[in-house]
Design a binder for this molecule. Structure first.
Ligand code: 4AD
Ligand code: MG
Length: 437
């Protein structure tokens, strides 16, 4: 494979009047009598204009795949950076049919129906580049801090986050589920490898159509022995800050392209803000914040209610830094969360809320170590204790104090990019109404 230049490489005085060869797709084309003006888009979303005699451009259509050889010229009138290429040789790899379905202004639904083509738009490819950086710097943080990456199965028998949001699948002649979280497997691995982490697709059959719920999302999870609540909060603070800062500097042009004013993100660093659940409820009550009940009636939020999207938005709308909420009532949390021995009824867990109303991006906790209390909470949460036999073994054979957390990659990218709809930051979204493309 020979190396080819990309569009942004050649926009520099060192290439002026030099001959270059670029490959890519036709982003836009304007055929005049003598000359055709073509905007070439390369395979990283960079673009440059080239000109070519119209006689050579007769067959060219939007999205045709081509290679162009020509001389680089500085020309202030050229769009996208003031350089263009005077095309000499044109090679065609694939002509696109003339009915390319995506034009400049399209409805949201059409763009989702044609997501397999829409990923070529500069907006989506720029988001995808930022997402790739978020994944890269996540991995880098764990490598630099000596956590081992593991892979957990996605076909499982047990619910981690409640039975109601499980996807059921036919598994030979039995029933199995798609994993909601790799946590239980990560917990098993802390006994063998110490601090471990994973990136796994997680699945939630949530019937809620919201701007922050997907049926399938990319889940970054971590678990470590001899870590307590404070330690695992520090891990989340440091990791999130590292990802944000490195992505900002690595992708500054991409943030600019998306018109994302990244100034506020620049100051994200540890320590994050902290608030107790009780304080959060007090604040919401003092603002007469109401919850909508099942029959549509409104009532004041009360101690014991979980924090929903609206309450999280209200609490964080003026925050500039992420905020940890701690001391949730134990009954709002899953069976594996440890109860504070010094505060009965209170959990040793936190939700990390992104600022400016973006809401929860991660949940973490100390894990319960007492077999009997896990068992009784499994039953209380209407789950079948029989399927958790292997998990309870972890507490029976040399149990270790440990903590962990799970962070939604789409939730993180959504906040970093300041985008409302979570579907925008995942390449091929899976929602209640959409499983294709
Ligand atoms: O808060 P959750 O449900 O916690 C767990 O699954 C734990 N077992 C994780 C752990 O401790 N290992 O999910 C963790 C995060 C949420 O904070 C959110 O960012 C994301 O996963 N998430 C979703 N993202 C998109 N769509 C959904 N339906 C999501 N559900 C959770
Ligand atoms: Mg949570």
């Amino acid at each position: 494979m020979s190396t080819y230049l990309r569009c942004n490489d050649v926009k520099s005085s060192s290439y002026e009047e030099k001959e270059v060869t670029l490959r890519g797709w036709i982003h836009r084309i304007r055929k005049q009598k003598e000359i055709a003006f073509v905007l070439l888009r390369d395979d990283r979303g960079g673009v440059i204009q080239f000109t070519i005699p119209s006689t050579k451009a007769i067959d060219l259509t939007i999205e045709s795949c081509i290679q162009i050889t020509g001389n680089v010229r500085k020309d202030a009138r050229a769009p996208e950076g003031g350089y263009e290429i005077r095309g000499k040789d044109l090679k065609i790899f694939g002509i696109a049919r003339a009915d390319y379905p995506i034009g400049e202004y399209q409805s949201e639904d059409l763009l989702l129906d044609y997501r397999h083509l829409a990923v070529r738009t500069r907006r989506l490819s720029t988001i995808a580049k930022i997402r790739a950086s978020v994944l890269k710097f996540s991995r880098q943080w764990f490598i630099e801090n000596d956590w081992l990456e593991i892979n957990a199965p996605v076909i499982v028998k047990d619910a981690v986050e409640g039975g109601s949001s499980l996807f059921e699948i036919k598994y030979f002649d039995r029933i199995a589920f798609l994993s909601q979280s790799a946590q239980l497997y990560l917990e098993a691995m802390v006994f063998a490898l110490g601090p471990v982490w994973s990136i796994t697709e997680s699945f939630r059959a949530e019937r809620s159509r919201t701007v922050r719920h997907l049926a399938e999302f990319t889940h970054l999870e971590a678990e470590a022995p001899w870590m307590y609540q404070e330690d695992i909060m520090k891990v989340q603070e440091n990791l999130v800050s590292f990802i944000v800062q490195n992505t900002l500097s690595n992708n500054s042009a991409d943030f600019e392209f998306l018109d994302r004013n990244a100034k506020e993100l620049g100051s994200i660093g540890p320590p994050f803000e902290r608030i107790s659940y009780g304080k959060a409820v007090d604040i919401l009550r003092s603002k007469d914040f109401t919850l909508i009940g099942e029959n549509g009636t409104r009532r004041n939020i009360e101690w014991g209610d979980d924090l929903n999207i609206e309450s999280e938005r209200e609490i964080t709308k003026d925050c500039t830094k992420p905020l940890f909420v701690s001391e949730f009532p134990i009954d709002t949390k899953p069976f594996y969360v440890r109860e504070d021995p010094n505060k009965p009824g209170i959990s040793l867990s936190t939700d990390l809320l992104a600022p400016r109303g973006f809401g929860e991006i991660s949940s973490g906790s100390e894990r319960e170590t007492d077999v009997e209390s896990i068992k009784s909470r499994i039953v209380k949460q209407s789950l079948d204790p029989k399927t958790y036999g292997w998990y309870l073994d972890l507490r029976r054979y040399g149990s270790v104090p440990h903590s962990g957390f799970g962070l939604g990659i789409e939730r993180l990218v959504r906040w970093i990019l300041g985008m409302e709809d979570i579907k925008d930051v995942v390449l091929f979204p899976r929602t209640m109404s959409r499983v294709t493309p």
